[in-house]
Design a protein around this ligand. Structure first.
Ligand SMILES: [Zn+2]
Ligand SMILES: [Zn+2]
Length: 262
């Protein structure tokens, strides 16, 4: 399986997953053009894409969904409430290309089994995805203020965790955002903090060299070096050693051509 976080953060989110039989995007929160350019950069012809899986209707996740779906005749997957909420942005998509899943119910697409899990976020019905084929499993979880035991159970055993590490709590509290927005971000329907992400990883990792990609970092209230240090220090204290038990990266907010092969 191949994974590339094309872009991550409040200015746009788009992740690419490739297996033998499937080439999918999880979200397409940049312009169609920008996503096309970056796919070409990693050697992927956009014509070879199969589908886009949508996590939720916020514009940093769906900006390019309609354009790409129409241009390349892609299947688009979202749950029913998200379809309704994103209708105005995504606009017309062929009925035969509109696919609806139910959160909490696994489904199959080509050589993939996909488990959509409900997230805790200020959208109509957001989703995190566990995507697996015969050999490998990837968990993608961002835009959630809370992670419950069911989510942990579904994600455990993954070869790659693409996990939100949105903000440093101190930077958020001392930063420029108005109080209401700070409270929203830190709430259990907002975003995961660095500390929270580290804790989650402590529960998920199993000392078999899993990849960790810290994702959806805030440009205002976080820095890659702080996010990775928080996770590393927390995990090292619990005897998880970087480079042996886990491989740590931070997803870049700008276009990124780093492909991880698992
Ligand atoms: Zn987002
Ligand atoms: Zn969001």
């Amino acid at each position: 399986m191949k994974f590339c976080s094309i872009t991550s953060g409040s200015s746009g989110n788009c992740q690419y997953i490739e297996t033998e039989n499937a080439r999918i995007l999880v979200d397409a929160g940049l312009s169609g053009k920008a996503i096309e350019t970056n796919l070409k950069e990693i050697g992927v012809d956009p014509h070879s894409l199969d589908a886009i899986f949508v996590t939720h209707e916020h514009s940093d996740h769906i900006k390019g969904v309609g354009i790409l779906a129409r241009r390349y005749h892609l299947d688009v997957f979202a749950n029913g409430n998200t379809w309704l909420a994103m209708e105005n942005t995504v606009k017309q998509i062929e009925t035969s290309k509109q696919n609806c899943f139910v959160n909490g119910e696994a489904f199959f697409y080509k050589d993939l089994a996909i488990y959509p899990m409900s997230i805790f976020h200020d959208c109509v019905e957001g989703t995190g995805f566990v995507v697996e084929n015969q050999e490998k499993r990837i968990s993608l979880l961002t835009d959630t203020g809370w992670v419950n035991s069911k989510m942990l159970e579904k994600m455990s055993g993954s070869d790659l965790y693409y996990l939100e590490s949105n903000h440093d709590l101190q930077m958020l509290q001392n930063g420029p955002y108005p109080r209401r927005l700070k409270d929203r971000i830190a709430s259990n329907r907002g975003h995961l903090s660095n500390d929270h992400a580290a804790e989650i990883l402590g529960q998920l990792l199993s000392r078999k060299g899993e990849h960790v990609v810290l994702a959806h970092l805030s440009g205002e209230n976080n820095m890659p070096i702080i996010a990775s240090r928080t996770a590393r220090e927390y995990l090292e204290k619990r005897k998880f050693h970087e480079g042996i038990d886990f491989i740590l990266e931070v997803a870049k907010p700008k276009m990124n051509s780093n492909v991880i092969e698992i």
